[in-house]
Design a binder for this molecule. Sequence first.
Ligand code: GAL
Length: 691
Amino acid sequence: MANTQRLFGNGILHGGDFNPDQWRHDPRILEEDIRLMQKCGCNTFSTAIFAWSALEPEEDRYDFEWLDTATERLHAADRRVILATPSGARPLWMAERYPEVRRAYRDGRRWVMGERHNHCWTSPVYREKVRQINTLLARRYAHHPAVVAWHVSNEYNGECYCDLCLTAFRVWLKQRYATLDELNRVWWSAFWNQTYSDWNQIDPRAYGLDGMLLDWYRFTSGQVVDFFQWEAEPLRQANPELPITTNLMGFHFGVDYHALAEFVDVVSNDSYPGYDADNPELARAAATQSMQFDMMRCLKGRPMPWFLMESCIDGRSLWLNSHLKAPGLHELEMLQAIAHGSNGTLYFQWRQNRGGVEKYHGAVVHHAHPEETRSFHEVTALSARYAKIAEVTGSLNQSKVALVLDWESRWAYHAALGMPNYKHDWALTNEAAAHYLPFWSRGIGVDVLSSDVDFSAYSLVIAPKLFMLKPGLSARLHRYVEAGGTLVFTHLGGLVNETGLCFTDGAPGDGLEELCGVFVDETDELKGANESVGVRALARNPLGIEGEWRTTRAYSLGLLKGATPLAEYTETWAKGRPALAERRTGKGVTYFFLADFDSAGYERIYASIARSSRLVGACGTSDPLPPGVTAQLRQRGTTKYLVLLNFGTTPVDVPLLGEWQDVESQSHVAKAAPLAALSARVLMSQTSFVA
Ligand code: GAL
């Protein structure tokens, strides 16, 4: 069993990607790095991520001396190491000698020699080589006192279409479906005459069967999860207590992070939100980021501490067209992660490279005058803050609201033509974020989860556009609502089963029509910002919603099948048709949204739902906090840590219930907490007044 105490037991992690392999020719740099690390208070370094050629310059000839030296020096300076396995970029000698390790494009061509994230997931040669180097690293460093965790590979991503992968896909399908008859059935292969009579006829590059594409996504993601396990095995064998992580990429489409997270000991995420203080939509961007962090905390199916493996100190991430961060914005961005259960924030990168395409990427240590830069000063200041608030690492967020974001459902939606914005996976995550925003702005904590978990502990479950219903989910949702739960379900949800076949008993189907009391028959995609349909709350509706708002990207026309309408469309020939409905079942209720609504709509609806579900925010109120502000609560027993974040550009007073203490200044805070523009504060309380 991995022991995360080693990683999280020494305060908040603060540091970055550290590449001593790039500076082997100049030992003075290591000494300078150590001095600067101590000076700015950075304590933890993810080391040697792309260093395979430095570790194994020629096949079976190894050089660990430079890594020994760096690890020893870090240890002597009381810095900690998160040691990487190098599979994220394979050595050129290997690519040259064993072409099968090179990933293949759709047309079968092999990748060029260079770059990174470029290996085949299936190649036995690559797996063997990875096993060898990981075993050697494990033997050498798994018990090193400086090493507090493994950083496996880097941002796993991508797919490979080589013959080995295509064969493995066919084997995987055979295991899954056993017979071609079954495969033909679940893929509906009579469509366009694509019936398979031999497993070898299956080619995932063919177009037309969305069931096949869905399975290809599943297979590729599964290969990544399998590859991770392969990598992790020698590490775990050498020291089962040393935690293993791999750095994730937020909502990344290609890998089911719920499946991967099952096998990692600690979740870590890379985050480059590109915040811009002048962007009037900054708060919305921040809420989307918060939703991602809430997902990271819950990837293992329940809240667990996690950490930020990569972030950018000054905004110059190079891959994004982003602005420099205004003063204060960086601290705010980092404390946002802490607010959502992160126990650390690391940077890409510690020291700027002298060459390579990322040589101008933001870094703690710049090419020249490293101690005089704004980056270095801000990092130093943040280390000092982290030292004062270190006690938060023992606490974690607890939420009454669950928001469902499911990878397989996203894949199924993406694979099916004819869905609004189906090509853009972000359309689904953005819509989920629109549902999330009213909770964020009230400081009501949300757990972001897959559809596989037990929802019984949540007061409210929101499942926006949950296109696919996995077996058993409908029954679980029925039980949840009957027992008193509140469910939000929406149009474009509950349409297909786990193989992408449409339900024929309703839409939503698989028995959900009964729970929702609505049948959705037609959906229209609205193009551009000017197209939308007006919506009005019905007079004296049971939820008590008032006012008018508009739809956004898509709206649907439905028939009520037992639900009570709460709001209706007011324009076009949709006028008078239901836009929002509720149905009571047992002790609970289901709210059905027939459209994507604008923020005014979600705000009104969720204000009413929050009130009727008695959801109270971290500041003790269910009213919205000042614009741009959120508050997130971490708890340890009866001790509460309230992290206040202001993404607005004006100072505010955040209303508070109860007595609090500022963890850094020790000052007493009650009734309201002053919060400067673009800033964060951490308060603590022992009293039990917050629900
Ligand atoms: C990450 C990657 C890092 C670095 C960084 C630049 O995606 O893991 O190695 O390239 O982006 O922003």
